[in-house]
Design a protein around this ligand. Structure first.
Ligand SMILES: [Zn+2]
Ligand SMILES: [Zn+2]
Length: 383
């Protein structure tokens, strides 16, 4: 069986919804009109219950059909602070805001799945549809959980999906284990002592100290981390000084740390502080460190990944894979997977600009494949 026939019939509707969301993108926790539109459609689909305002602008809709288990399906609704460079008739009308990560498509696919599930009701139990805010760096998933999402809706399993540019159009990729990395970030201000550029002995040079720091932090990757584990430490900016004959007083460095394993994360955090403090001490400078724990790694559960892969094969035949490499990007679906077993899948966006690029656009051709995948996941889980 390829995609659900009934879902293929409203491909055009999904496209229309997707273009509407694309035209009116909203940033994290400001998805007011997006949520309104989602609710307007959910009412038309005759879902059993709609709750708004969970975790800020989150929306939860439930479909119930007798007694049985409960499964969660999730889509994200937020856009990015990017000025769109596409030339389509549905380009962003909200200046400087753009759906450059395809969340317009994710929301539309979930709506398509709900429309179908509500019409057909070929399941026993409950489908909990989660439209979350603020995936892009502001942890909307965590906000919904803290707002009691799983206490109000105690689901047994959860599934989510993200499009992936340059993965062949419509490919469904799902497998167990780490899929996306944990992402911590930091800022280090090195406080030294300024002096004339010709009189370095009067200074505590934050640039020399910072240069050593850039080198030393890499040794955490090469010498403290097991080579079989994945770890990235990137210094992404280094700002100091503005004249060719003045040694400045301060230097500011910031960057990101990516890994899959919680223990690696703990080790890095500890070593990071030791390396920064001791390097600065060696140069006589003082560090002011801001270390922010970001999203944890997105780690798929074994049983649920196998189940989702079988559904992918059922919906999409050979266009499904369970040997897709993990990525070092991050995703707040990770918070859901820490509470409830589940899996996060990729759907190929085909040849396209990369995510977060001003020329990116979600591929409409994959809407009915994605919606069929989500709907069949729920249907088969609640057989
Ligand atoms: Zn994104
Ligand atoms: Zn995204």
């Amino acid at each position: 069986m390829p995609i659900q026939n009934r879902i293929a019939e409203f491909q055009k509707d999904m496209q229309k919804w997707r273009h509407h969301f694309h035209e009116f993108p909203e940033l994290a926790y400001k998805e007011v009109n997006t949520a309104k539109k989602v609710v307007e459609l959910l009412k038309k689909f005759n879902v059993d219950k709609i709750e708004t305002g969970i975790g800020g602008t989150g929306v939860v809709a439930t479909l119930r059909n007798g007694a049985g288990r409960s499964v969660g399906l999730r889509a994200d609704m937020d856009a990015l602070p990017i000025k769109e460079e596409n030339e389509k008739n549905y380009c962003s009308k909200n200046k400087g805001v753009m759906h450059a990560c395809g969340h317009d498509g994710h929301t539309s696919m979930l709506l398509g799945a709900i429309k179908y599930l509500s019409e057909t009701r070929k399941f026993k139990g409950e489908v909990v549809c989660i439209f979350q805010p603020a995936e892009e760096g502001f942890a909307g998933a965590k906000a919904m959980i803290e707002d009691g999402l799983f206490k109000k809706y105690p689901i047994d399993e959860i599934y989510g999906m993200h499009n992936m540019p340059n993965l062949k159009e419509g490919i469904l990729a799902v497998q167990e284990g780490p899929r996306l990395a944990a992402a911590d970030n930091f800022e280090i201000e090195i406080v030294g002592k300024g002096a004339h550029g010709a009189m370095p002995s009067n200074s505590i040079d934050p640039i020399v100290c910072g240069s050593a720091l850039v080198q030393n932090l890499q040794h955490i990757v090469s010498r403290n981390s097991n080579p079989k584990e994945t770890l990235v430490i990137t210094i992404a900016s280094f700002h100091s000084g503005n004249a060719n004959n003045v040694i400045p007083k301060n230097a500011t460095l910031n960057g990101t740390i990516r890994y899959y394993d919680d223990d690696i994360g703990k080790m890095v955090k500890k070593r990071f502080h030791e390396v920064v403090n001791n390097t600065c001490k060696a140069y006589g400078a003082k560090p002011i460190i801001k270390f922010n724990k970001g999203y944890p790694a997105t780690v798929n559960h074994k049983k649920q990944s196998e189940f989702a892969y079988n559904i992918a094969k059922k919906v999409n035949g050979k266009n499904s894979t369970n040997i897709q490499s993990p990525m070092m990007g991050s995703e707040d679906f990770s918070y859901f997977l820490r509470e409830v077993p589940g899996a996060f899948a990729w759907i190929g966006n085909g040849q396209s600009a990369s995510l977060h690029n001003p020329k990116y656009d979600f591929n409409d051709n994959i809407l009915s494949i994605g919606a069929s995948f989500l709907a069949t996941l729920a249907e088969d889980y609640l057989k």
